[in-house]
Design a protein around this ligand. Sequence first.
Ligand SMILES: Nc1ncnc2c1ncn2[C@@H]1O[C@H](COP(=O)(O)OP(=O)(O)OP(=O)(O)O)[C@@H](O)[C@H]1O
Length: 258
Amino acid sequence: MTSLLPGTDQVPETTSPPLAVDARDIRRRFGEREILRGVDLQVRPGEFLALLGASGSGKTTLLKILGGLDREAQGQVRVPARVSIAFQEPRLLPWQRAWRNVAFGLRGPDVRARATEALREVGLAHLADQWPKTLSGGEAQRVALARALVRDPDLLLLDEPLAALDALTRLRMQRLIADLCARRGLTAILVTHDVDEAVTLADRAVVLREGALAHEIPVDLARPRDPSGPAFGTHRDQLLSWLGVQDPTTDLPEEKTP
Ligand SMILES: Nc1ncnc2c1ncn2[C@@H]1O[C@H](COP(=O)(O)OP(=O)(O)OP(=O)(O)O)[C@@H](O)[C@H]1O
């Protein structure tokens, strides 16, 4: 475990079960605007956490802090040594073939084999030699996922990686991410705007609001989850109401009697 923020203190060891992520009193301001005002977040090893919140609430800001990409935040952060991040856009280098994008930054004689294995895990070994411009949106996103996995992370940070995909590809990718995380026992934090995606994938969902984690709900549903089931619906409605999205049925005009 490492403390990422240079201006922060190490969290003392405790005797309680080890945490994969232990973030305390995270604060971040941009000029006059205080975006994060004291976020506390603890994630257990192997847990899949969904992070929701209105646009501009600071989800990406928080994820970047956890990923060590923001050196100006205040607070205490402990995360595993190996953390990978995947963003909404695949961010592939257009002049590198798929496998080289996956292997980017790796060293050693076996990088091609490792990249190919990661591509196989996301079902794309056959496209290893393709150029990024020849890949579909879903394929490019899977290459980005392989690039995150090839580093053998203990923590996977996903910033709306499926937001730009069509509905069908998105469902397939959700299944792929769920399988990969379960198989590897990965700890994952997924930023998403999609409440159904959160309930489908997460062990727990938290809502960021006014600079802090204002709500959380465990999602103790058997997998694979059925979005048409009543328990799924209860979780969905709870999250929607926390996000300030009204249940559309409550707005319906009263039925007129003939
Ligand atoms: N580098 C920066 N400089 C100034 N303001 C920033 C910077 N990065 C983020 N912000 C501001 O901080 C706020 C939170 O941004 P952030 O991207 O974390 O929100 P978000 O919850 O991920 O939003 P969305 O759901 O729309 O992606 C926004 O108002 C944004 O404009």
